[in-house]
Structures are given as structure tokens and as C-alpha cells.
Design a protein around this ligand. Structure first.
Ligand SMILES: C[S@@+](CC[C@H](N)C(=O)[O-])C[C@H]1O[C@@H](n2cnc3c(N)ncnc32)[C@H](O)[C@@H]1O
Length: 283
């Protein structure tokens, strides 16, 4: 379980003067990154984010457990991948920094590990850049980019400066694909990214699912996100498995997040978590 870093938005905005909020942060619109930060107990969120997050928690009280289980899976997966010799990470939909970020975990194993962080939310960029100011120069970068434009990601000069796409890379898509609508062809987007990486690369992802809730309840969470800056699309186990077509799944295959190589004796249940998790290797 992680302890969220208690950074606050106070340095961005004086609550007595809403006019100081940079316009592109859109504080009046709930943002998934800031709602997730609120679930994790962080302070990088505005009233609209908290209000939307509270409404999700009212119908799905387990969402906090779920967010923490997802974050813990991310950390175990990055540690595992670094243990497999991976030194390069392409982390898309990275979220607001909290304790135990990808470069911190990877660099515990390989001090020279390199990470490109990408997110389409400007607030993530602001916080990530502040965090990375302390990271060793040249080993990590943060870029504003959209997962729906994989060619822009692959061609981005900052990404190319930090990552050598001729060497194995771990593509990390944690809790981000459920913000990609079917009409944007999420399977094709992932395929395009994986195709650009050499043999020995990995795909690690987590994805929200309605597989463990009654059908009548499965649409309630997504309905709240409908007013947010990105909509939520839950997917079934079969759909999540499709992202790994052509890849070899690492043990234990596709499972709910806490069950992926657990390091704790007592785990949340499938229904409490509601997140599929898997890691696959490109042969
Ligand atoms: C729930 S957070 C996950 C954070 C982190 N990956 C984790 O698992 O702890 C989802 C992140 O995906 C980002 N996101 C949503 N849609 C995106 C898109 N189309 N392109 C890039 N990032 C996106 C959000 O801004 C948010 O920071």
C-alpha cells in the first residue's frame, strides 16, 4: 500500500482567489487524474473533482481500495520488469505523482533506468515536472501527449531522447485504457505501440471492469464520469485479454490486481478491486 505524497495545490491557487488557477487546468470540470488523486488520499484536486469522486464512492465505496490495489500492482509489475532486465519504461496515463513512481521503483533495481511519462492532463505535467526536477538528469522526462495519437508519442523528440526504441521497453498502461472509448479503437492503439517496440519488450496494464458487479450497477460509475474530461469504459476479461494478442502472458496470467504476484497476506476481493491486471512479453 502506498502513502500518497502530501503535495497540495496551494502553490497553484489561492482558494480565496479562484482567478489564480491556470485556465488550462479547468478546475470546474472533474478530471480523472485529480479524482484518482482524491481516491488515493492526495491533495491535488479541486472541489469539482472531489464532488464527482464522492458521488462515485457513494455508489461504489470500494473505489479507494481499488485505486490503492491498482497502484500497488503498478509497483510490483515495475519491480518485476526491472528484475527481468528492463531498463526503459514508456508510462502512458501516468497520473499525478504519488509515492513509489515508476522511475523511483525502477531505479532501485537499475540506477540508470529511464522513464518517459506521458499524460494528456496538464495538471499531471505540472506536478510531474516538479517531481522530476530532483531526478537525475536525462533519466526521465514528462510529456503532454494523448494515447489516442500513438504516432505522436513514438515520434516525440523528448521520448526519443530518453528511450532507445531499438532496445526493449516496458509499455505501461495502468488504469488509462478505460478512458479510451471503443470508437477510438483502443486495441489498434495498443497494437501500434507494441508493434513499434522490439522483441523482449513488455506490455503491462490494468483496466477497470464491471465483471464483478450486477449488470444494473455496472453503468453507474461510468455515468458520473460522463461529465468529466474523459469518459469511463469498463471492459470484460475477454476484452482486456485482447490487448495482449501476440504476446506471452507472464505468470499468473490475467487476474484481478491484488492477485498479480501478491506480496501481502490479506488481499481485497475481486469485487472490491474490479480491476483486471496482466503483463505480457513480446516474443
Ligand atoms: C486513474 S489515473 C492512472 C494513473 C497511473 N497510471 C496509475 O495507475 O496509478 C488515469 C490517468 O490517465 C490519464 N489519461 C486519461 N485519458 C488519457 C489519454 N487519452 N491519453 C493520455 N492520458 C490519459 C488521466 O489524465 C490520468 O492521469
Amino acid at each position: 500500500m502506498t502513502t500518497p505524497q502530501q503535495v497540495s495545490l496551494d502553490w497553484l491557487t489561492d482558494p480565496a482567489d479562484e482567478g489564480h488557477v491556470p485556465a488550462d487546468l479547468h478546475p470546474e470540470i472533474p478530471h480523472p487524474a485529480r479524482m484518482y488523486d482524491y481516491y488515493l488520499g492526495g491533495k491535488d484536486n479541486f472541489p469539482a473533482d472531489r464532488e464527482a469522486a464522492e458521488r462515485v464512492m457513494a455508489i461504489s465505496p470500494m473505489v479507494r481500495i481499488s485505486a490503492m490495489a491498482n497502484r500497488a500492482f503498478l509497483q510490483r509489475a515495475v519491480r518485476h520488469l526491472a528484475g527481468q532486465g528492463i531498463k526503459q519504461f514508456l508510462d502512458i496515463g501516468t497520473g499525478i505523482p504519488t509515492a513509489g513512481n515508476t522511475h523511483e521503483i525502477a531505479q532501485q533495481v537499475h540506477p540508470d533506468a529511464r522513464v518517459a511519462y506521458l499524460d494528456n492532463d496538464p495538471i499531471v505535467l505540472v506536478h510531474s515536472r516538479a517531481l522530476l526536477a530532483g531526478a537525475s538528469q536525462g533519466t526521465a522526462t514528462v510529456v503532454q501527449a494523448d494515447l489516442r495519437d500513438p504516432d505522436a508519442i513514438l515520434g516525440d523528440p523528448h521520448v526519443r531522447q530518453v528511450l532507445d526504441l531499438g532496445q526493449p521497453v516496458a509499455l505501461l498502461l495502468f488504469a488509462v485504457l478505460h478512458f479510451i472509448d471503443e470508437s477510438d479503437d483502443p486495441y489498434g492503439l495498443v497494437r501500434r505501440l507494441v508493434d513499434a517496440l522490439p522483441s523482449g519488450s513488455y506490455l503491462a496494464l490494468s483496466h477497470g471492469t464491471g465483471d464483478f458487479v450486477p449488470a444494473a450497477d455496472a453503468t453507474k460509475g461510468p455515468a458520473i464520469y460522463r461529465n468529466a474530461s474523459a469518459q469511463l469504459t469498463m471492459r470484460t476479461r475477454e476484452q482486456v485479454l485482447s490487448f495482449f494478442e501476440g504476446l506471452e502472458l507472464e505468470e499468473p496470467g490475467i487476474v484481478t490486481a491484488p492477485l498479480w504476484r501478491p506480496d501481502q497476506p490479506i488481499l481485497p476481493t475481486d469485487a472490491e478491486t474490479g480491476i483486471w491486471a496482466a503483463v505480457g512479453r513480446k516474443p
